[in-house]
Design a protein. Structure first.
Length: 126
């Protein structure tokens, strides 16, 4: 499966709440029938970290209005195991700060009411 096909296969955006500071919170549904879960892991599907990072990249691109590429990851922490069974819907908060021409500092947090699953800080650009 190509990385670009994660949207609407691995996850679906249910809604977007724009914040007054220009950041956004994306309401995400994890799609348990995705091929990713058949291989990671059969019978006990978990959300791979690389897919969580890619989901953050794609949502940051929606917020920026451009396809963004990861230029640098300053820190990325996976704090709690995410599974499509235990947490079928999550929130992904994304903050973008301009960091130069065509470049943004990105802060993303994947969470629900009980847990934070991922925290990401990095730089993305066009």
């Amino acid at each position: 499966m190509a990385v670009s096909s994660l949207a609407n296969n691995y996850y679906r955006i249910l809604g977007t709440a724009m914040q007054t500071d220009g950041s956004a919170v994306f309401r995400i549904a994890l799609l348990p029938d995705c091929d990713v879960y058949r291989g990671h892991f059969p019978g006990r599907p978990v959300c791979p970290g690389v897919c969580q990072v890619e989901m953050a990249r794609q949502c940051a691109g929606r917020l920026a209005g451009h396809l963004l590429l990861i230029r640098r990851i300053v820190s990325c922490r996976f704090l709690t195991l995410a599974t499509p069974d235990a947490c079928p819907e999550l929130d992904l908060a994304v903050t973008l700060q301009p960091a130069g021409e065509g470049t943004w500092t990105v802060i993303a947090r994947l969470y629900d009411s009980e847990h934070t699953y991922m925290e990401l800080k990095g730089e993305m650009g066009v």
